[in-house]
Design a protein around this ligand. Structure first.
Ligand code: H79
Length: 594
């Protein structure tokens, strides 16, 4: 259960409503104790995660039964006893593994760091360890140490190399965390496990594989804050330059990791990372074909960079050492885009202009990069809140100068003639004078007729009464986390979600509420108010929130708004009467009506 709390704890840390104070959320205090070697990490922006172990050989199948979700959890999910699980090693023979090819793929993908599982929760060591015989050299016909070759090949291509190490969970060891099907958790001596296995193995990893960029810890447990600090100090001595991920526990890591597959909705200060699966699993599963497309990866990368973080995207090689076809293909295509557009990603900081219907922004001194992922009709890009003097605007890849005009603090850029070659993300560069402005947290959400759909996300609500902004975390299968931010808790007319919205163009807009609502609470009346004008609706049923099942959202059209005068509008969603929770509101969608 602890692991669940970890994921939730990460999500609740940053997602408070604006009214509750952005300062806490941005955690400016963290920047004070930054690791002296953090800069390479902050500049990297894109990393490759690799989950590889005995589970890769099982590929989501045990005893003729298919498992779905996080494949590296199969030992736990199928409650496989250690005595059976350890036998997998005898046939684990990744003869197709080629360190040079993996490193080259990382290079082609444009990643700046790689982190691979040296030991996952299953307890099997994918490196040569003197501490145990349950490792790839002693227990498998392969008999070689792939980590040695991979660390060297990766580093030789100028990519930082690091290890994932599950420091607490170890389902093979009687005293390791969380194997409750073979061992009695209450009788375990975690300290013994730390002293006899985790610490000696981490010392091996920090001694035998050259300089490690990162040691990526996961799901901490069994240690107090003092013990964790002691653990860190002991390991630090070996490689003071190596960065330790925040999941070392007790708030003592060198940078922040968000929950698995989670990206924050607004910029976060300090060094941080989002880790994502490529399909729905970290470890290889034959029947999981839910791969994010190249376009999705490129947009995700721009989204994460626009909030100031790194994206570490996972690949799960199979038991023979092959990286899945679609991971190779899509990563190479992402790399090709980065070859031409990398300047707008690498070494950038969060964009100071909030998300717009056309896309995201990233910053460098004197430059704002506009990541146009939805090209506007009429090719006119509006950048609101731009106070600085603009020197020039051009498209990144062909350096074509674009005409622009300033109207107050609105910057309007004409991207006519810019080819769509860089689709799904055409980057425009704004060069300006003066110091970089701060991110405007109170900026209204933009809606324009140039986009077929405009999203007003729940994360940007101001809430009243018992309504609150809440990150909801749930899986479709098992451990394949999805995160959606919603306004919840609206039970009476005083509990509202209010949005400040700037509508750019005159005309009619269909307003659609996107929400989840279980059968038992459906058919309640609610109101969408726009500048005091009420639009009534009755809620439709979708599904109950359950962290082990998909949360279903409906797109429910509730109003046609006639906008005579462009400008700032206030939209509020609230219950018409006191009752049960009205809905979990994900967004208001505005669609221009012809
Ligand atoms: O390595 C990947 C995951 O295996 C690991 N972190 C990423 C990078 C991870 N370990 N724990 N968690 C993520 C939290 C997962 C909890 C769950 Fe479960 C596993 C939910 C469902 C399966 C524990 C067991 C809670 C319910 C059943």
């Amino acid at each position: 259960m602890k692991s669940i709390f970890l994921v939730l704890a990460f999500s609740t840390g940053f997602l408070v409503s604006k009214a509750q104070g952005m300062e806490e959320m941005w955690d400016k205090s963290a920047s004070g104790k930054e690791h002296p070697n953090i800069q390479w990490f902050k500049d990297a922006k894109f990393g490759m995660f690799i989950h590889w172990g005995l589970y890769s050989k099982l590929a989501g199948v045990w005893s003729g039964k298919n498992y779905y979700g996080s494949g590296e959890w199969i030992m736990n999910q199928a409650r496989i006893p250690v005595k059976d699980y350890q036998k997998i090693a005898a046939s684990f023979n990744p003869v197709k593994f080629n360190a040079g090819e993996w490193a080259q793929l990382a290079k082609d993908a444009g990643v700046k760091y790689m982190v691979i599982t040296a030991k996952h929760h299953e307890g099997f060591s994918m490196f040569d360890s003197k501490v145990t015989d349950f490792d790839i050299v002693d227990a498998t016909p392969y008999k070689k140490d792939p980590m040695k070759a991979l660390s060297e090949a990766t580093r030789s291509l100028g990519i930082q190399f690091g290890f994932y190490y599950s420091q607490f969970q170890d389902w093979y060891e009687p005293n390791g965390g969380k194997n409750t099907w073979d061992f009695d958790e209450s009788k375990k001596d975690y300290q013994l496990y730390y002293q006899k296995k985790a610490i000696p193995q981490l010392k091996e990893l920090l001694t035998n594989y050259g300089p490690l960029g990162i040691v990526w810890f996961d799901t901490p447990g069994g240690m107090s804050k003092e013990q964790t600090q002691q653990f860190i100090n002991e390991l630090r001595q070996l490689q003071p330059n190596s960065l330790f991920s925040s999941r070392v526990g007790q708030g003592l890591g060198d940078y922040k990791d968000f929950g698995d597959s989670e990206v924050p909705p607004v910029p976060i200060k300090g060094a941080w990372e989002s880790v994502y699966t490529h399909n729905d699993s970290w470890g290889y599963i034959t029947h999981d074909m839910n791969f994010k497309s190249t376009a999705e990866i490129i947009r995700l990368l721009a989204n994460v960079a626009s909030k100031g973080g790194n994206l570490m995207l996972n690949v799960g090689p199979d038991g023979e050492g092959n990286i899945p076809y679609y991971s190779v293909k899509y990563l190479r295509e992402t790399g090709a885009w980065l070859q031409k557009n990398g300047e707008s990603i690498y070494a950038t900081t969060a964009g100071f202009v909030p998300e717009q219907p056309w896309g995201f922004t990233t910053s460098k001194p004197g430059k704002l990069f506009l990541h146009v992922v939805n090209r506007p009709a009429y090719d006119l890009v509006l950048v609101p809140g731009f106070k600085n003097n603009v020197l020039k605007v051009y498209s990144l890849t062909d350096k074509k100068n674009l005409s622009f005009e300033k109207k107050g603090t609105d910057l309007l850029v004409r991207m006519k003639g810019v080819k769509n070659e860089q689709s799904p993300n055409t980057v425009l560069v704004v060069e300006y004078s003066g110091t970089e402005p701060a991110y405007n947290e109170t900026a209204p959400v933009t809606i324009a007729a140039a986009f077929e759909t405009n999203y007003i996300n729940a994360a940007f609500a101001k809430t009243t009464g018992a309504a609150k902004i809440q990150p909801l975390t749930y899986s479709h299968y098992y451990g394949d986390w999805k995160h959606t931010t919603c306004v919840t808790g609206m039970q009476n007319p005083a509990d509202g979600a209010t949005f400040s919205v700037r509508i750019i163009d005159q005309g009619d807009y269909k307003l659609i509420l996107e929400y989840a609502c279980p059968e038992s609470r459906s058919r309640q009346e609610g109101i969408l108010e726009v500048n005091g004008q009420p639009f009534l609706f009755r809620t439709l049923r979708t599904s109950e929130f359950d962290r082990k099942a998909p949360l279903l959202f409906i797109k429910h059209p509730v109003a046609i708004l006639h906008v005579e005068k462009p400008g700032i509008y206030t939209m509020t969603v609230k219950p018409a009467k006191t009752g049960a929770e009205l809905m979990k509101l994900k967004s208001i969608i505005a669609e221009p009506v012809q």
